[in-house]
Unconditional design. Structure first.
Length: 198
């Protein structure tokens, strides 16, 4: 598994690079995890409905090819893109979603935060507030896109959408639960947990 720490990167070129990587990979291509942050952007998945963008606040909206609805990415949110050969690993899509959620739940437990899944709403929640989102695209048995963990960010843009299509869904972040935690600490813990669960 190759880990690439991209730092702050624009959303669209990163998405295109994931598509290109997946299209060009062979059965011998090593899997990769890309860690990054994005400037403010709303992404609208294949099931996304424009009405879930409640108002225009000047943040660009990008229609993309992952599953799911609308979400927000911004500085201070840790994004991990998983470029995996699921066929080679013998993992189903449902199995991968479960492993991703468990990695986030276990990461939060490391910092003393109790998190859980919510039936019918993929992601990870603390007291009903969403802290981790996920979405995937699978092509020829290989996946891309991944997960986003709210760490230390401005959460206000979430108020302009129905996060993942759920009206009035609360969102939270790690610094509200573990004051002083850094993106670097969260990043190291996430890589450790993904290594355990994948």
């Amino acid at each position: 598994m190759i880990v690439r720490r991209l730092g702050p990167v624009e959303y669209e070129p990163t998405w295109r690079a994931m598509q290109d990587f997946t299209a060009q990979r062979t059965q011998d291509t090593p899997d990769q995890i890309w860690l990054c942050q994005h400037p403010p952007v709303f992404t609208l998945g294949l099931a996304g409905k424009p009405e879930h963008l409640l108002r225009d606040i000047g943040i660009p909206v990008v229609k993309i090819d992952r599953g799911g609805q609308i979400t927000y990415h911004g500085p201070g949110q840790l994004v991990a893109y998983l470029l995996l050969d699921l066929k080679r690993r013998g993992i189903t899509i449902k199995g991968l979603v479960n492993r991703m959620e468990q990695a986030l739940i276990d990461l939060l437990a490391e910092f003393g935060v109790s998190a859980a899944r919510l039936t019918g709403a993929p992601g990870v929640y603390v007291d009903g507030a969403k802290i981790g989102a996920l979405g995937l695209k699978v092509k020829n048995g290989c996946c891309y896109h991944g997960l986003a963990l709210n760490v230390a960010m401005d959460l206000s843009p979430f108020a302009a959408i129905n996060p993942c299509g759920y009206e009035g869904m609360a969102v939270t972040q790690l610094t509200e639960l573990v004051p002083g935690i850094t993106l670097e600490q969260a990043s190291a813990a996430l890589l450790s947990q993904l290594g355990r669960h994948l």
